[in-house]
Design a protein around this ligand. Sequence first.
Ligand code: CP
Ligand code: NVA
Length: 299
Amino acid sequence: MEHIRHFLSMNDFSKQDIMDVIDRAEAMKRGEPGKGPAEPLKGKSVGLLFDKPSTRTRVSFDVGIQQLGGHAIFLNSRDIQLGRGEPIRDTARVLSRYLDAIVVRTFGQEIIEEFARWSGIPIINALTDRSHPCQILGDLLTLREVGLDIMNMKASWVGDGNNVANSWIYAAQKLGFSLVLACPKGYDPVVPIDRDNVRLTRDPVDAITGAQAISTDVWASMGQEGETLARQEAFQGFQLNSEILEHAAKPYYILHCLPAHRGEEISEELLESKDSLVWEEAENRLHVQKALLELLLSH
Ligand code: CP
Ligand code: NVA
């Protein structure tokens, strides 16, 4: 049987794969043709199966698929039989007979893994509770565009040890850059930190000191809305703002996957400052996902 390449986590990709996607995304952004067909998704249909809300991921995949000559079909999980209890293994096998790939946003990582186990077509992780690998591909492209050496940069994460933080850890483990994460006790990432270039601290100043790329994200992710108040208390002192950024390298760059809660994990002033790359970061989701689709689907 033909080997199917999924993208369920940064860990599914080698350092070379990551760099290939970023290189190709950069070329696509400049409008340069690749080695293959101009429309690598021509005649192909890609499902966008979403269990949670989305603006950036949904629209950038939909538009990216169209730009590559393909056809996107948005599937809200509540509107298909999956939402009424049809097993994942049945849904995956049936959809594999119509579609050429499925982009899945869901809750547990085990859900997307089960999907991939039964799927005859590539499955792409569009965010789970555990990881958000497409986001990190876009973030790495954004940092390289401003001139950072993404294999050797000093990156930091301040806030919740959530899906985006986990994917940052995998990226640092693959590429070798330095990553220091500051998370309050009880909110650590679930990905094991077992390399010398990745470190966890309780002190945001420690994480930010000398950092060139500083990321954060909301304190309560989708599905954790009931914990909002407890989290607001636990994350006091973990806001990214101009004062704390005094400790960063000069220049430094701010990333946030968005949507942001201004005045919570990041100040309005910093989010809108010249050091913030968030709008370019959001745009780059489109370019990296096009490069990813081309890689997984054109053979
Ligand atoms: N950053 C991100 O994935 O945004 P959406 O939830 O809007 O897709
Ligand atoms: N950590 C956030 C990311 C949203 C893009 C969430 O999972 O809700």
